[in-house]
Design a protein around this ligand. Structure first.
Ligand code: GDP
Ligand code: GDP
Length: 487
């Protein structure tokens, strides 16, 4: 026993003095804004997308971008390892986890709300901490709230700070506090260039806003003869001259900047390019190759399908590339003039829709519009849809919401026992990360921290995707799941 204590002390000493990077843990009951604070401290959500060594187990950790000294921020919120467990117990376990591994604890409460029993039980545990605990009064969106420490004073923590994660208030004070402490700990200074001060944080946000306003890159893809050139011509009808003045033209596509309804777009037109000679490569291979590159560069893909021919093998190939790249998509059913005035039209449209749904099942997220490129009909509908998809992409759940969605889904239909592995899938934590740094239509990746990702069967992944789909409004945006096994 004595030896064990010595070992523990040694480990604590080692942790405090020798481990390279201090860890700051964010603790608190759900919904107080832990994820929002975490995101502010690590910069963008992007910071957590990559397979960083810090992203382990049932918590999420990433380098802090605010402080002058290197440290990691850890968000302990999330689903406990056993969903049946009581709520308080789960929160308590998170607090214990923070106590065991953090060099400083940020205890977050909602300053607009009253103290809750969960707050109090977390506080009780944290008072035993050997490391400093900073009481963070979040959601102090306005200055006048700062004076109102009120009942939170009774929690008995020496240091407190008012923050508004939503508006970015108080982060300067937080940074100063953390710098002071990290310096005392002897943490390694960070390259000045890596540090982001409060102004830069706002600039970064502003850049994101600029991004949202920059041209949407629209790839127009489909098999030969589907009507891509005709579609581009229909879109450019009033403004052909601009085609001669193109930038970014590559071997396999022409980039055409063009304004529609006062909004800037860049059309990535794969139709205008033909193989230089028959010997170069076959038309089909050439078309698939250039589609692939165009799709990769696009914010959204228009897959042009010929209503007369229906879905062909090549549509499937190109469609699966769109799905594989995880790109937003709109299916454009072209040549409807061939049927439109006739009684057959409705039947044919139904047939094609059904074919699209079954043959292009991997594009189940893509809405479709019917157009006639030749007659220039239905073109406005394409832009209404693109804008709807763009707006919808901004509506993804917060970490808190996402974990609640997942928890409900898992309770409603718990994962079965895996036959070979003789285990059940367990979900510890889910978070939403935006994986396209500079896309005007960013596609979130839903990162799921699970006990063993081999237990995530396709059918269950599809079930979870549907559960998310029901809660997020956006159409045209794929739901990308990325299960990660806990190490
Ligand atoms: P978590 O469950 O503790 O991780 O909380 P979240 O970060 O998911 O936030 C819960 C809710 O509080 C979300 O709707 C946030 O938008 C909101 N929220 C977070 N921080 C603030 C803040 O500073 N002010 C206001 N008004 N709302 C906030
Ligand atoms: P691409 O190879 O995908 O660029 O296809 P094109 O735009 O060159 O069109 C292939 C053929 O389909 C041409 O003969 C076009 O005239 C015809 N076409 C394109 N769009 C329409 C349409 O909306 N209606 C009809 N009836 N024919 C069309």
């Amino acid at each position: 026993m004595a030896w064990f204590c010595v070992f523990l002390r040694l480990e604590l000493w080692y942790h405090l003095h020798m481990s390279s990077t201090p860890t700051i843990a964010i603790v608190g009951r759900p919904n107080v804004g832990k994820s929002a604070i975490f995101n502010r401290m690590v910069g963008r959500r992007i910071a957590i997308v990559h397979d960083q060594p810090g992203v382990t187990r049932d918590r999420l950790s990433a380098p802090c971008r605010l402080t002058d000294y290197a440290c990691h921020v850890m968000d302990t919120g999330g689903i406990g390892s056993d969903l049946e467990d009581g709520f308080t117990e789960q929160v308590a376990r998170e607090a214990d986890m923070a106590l065991a591994s953090a060099d400083l604890i940020m205890f977050v409460v909602d300053s607009r709300d009253h103290l809750t029993p969960v707050d109090i039980s977390i506080a009780e545990r944290l008072r035993r901490a050997e490391v400093p605990v900073l009481l963070v009064l979040n959601k102090a969106d306005h200055e006048k709230q700062d004076l109102n420490l009120g009942e939170f004073a009774g929690l008995g923590f020496k240091d407190e700070i008012f923050l508004s994660a939503a508006h970015g208030r108080g982060f300067h004070d937080l940074t100063q506090y953390l710098n002071g402490y990290l310096k005392k700990l002897g943490a390694a200074p960070v390259d000045a260039e890596e540090v982001m001060d409060a102004d830069e944080m706002q600039e970064e946000e502003a850049r994101e806003e600029v991004n949202a306003d920059s041209p949407v890159r629209v790839a127009i893809v489909g098999r030969p003869n589907a009507g891509k050139s005709s579609l581009v011509n229909a879109i450019l009808r009033d403004d052909r001259t601009i085609v001669s003045d193109v930038a970014g033209t590559t071997r396999d596509a022409i980039d055409i900047p063009h304004e529609v309804n006062g909004k800037e777009y860049v059309f990535i037109d794969t139709a205008g390019m033909r193989p230089r000679s028959r010997r170069d490569t076959s038309v089909e291979v050439f078309s698939a190759m250039r589609s692939e590159r165009a799709i990769r560069r696009a914010d959204i893909c228009l897959l042009v399908v010929d209503i007369a021919a229906g879905v062909t093998a090549q549509d499937r190939r190109i469609g699966s590339l769109i799905a594989k790249e995880g790109k937003p998509c709109l299916i454009v059913v072209n040549k409807f003039d061939l049927f439109h005035p006739s009684a057959e039209y409705k039947d044919r449209m139904e047939e094609v829709k059904e074919q699209i749904r079954s043959e292009l099942f991997f594009l189940d997220y893509a809405p479709f519009v019917a157009v006639s490129a030749k007659e220039g009909k239905g073109i406005a509908g394409i832009f209404t849809q693109i804008e709807a998809i763009r707006k919808g992409s901004l509506d993804y759940p917060s970490t808190g919401q996402l974990n609640r969605i997942m928890q409900r889904a898992l309770e409603a239909n718990p994962p079965g026992m895996h036959r070979q592995l003789r285990k059940r899938l367990k979900l510890f934590y889910a978070t939403c990360a935006v994986n396209e740094k500079y896309s005007t239509i960013p596609v979130p990746t839903y990162v799921l921290f699970v006990n063993d990702k081999r237990l995530m069967l396709d059918s269950y992944a599809q079930y979870l995707r549907n559960a998310i789909r029901q809660e997020v409004k956006g159409v045209g945006i794929p739901i990308l799941l990325s299960p990660r096994s806990r190490v």
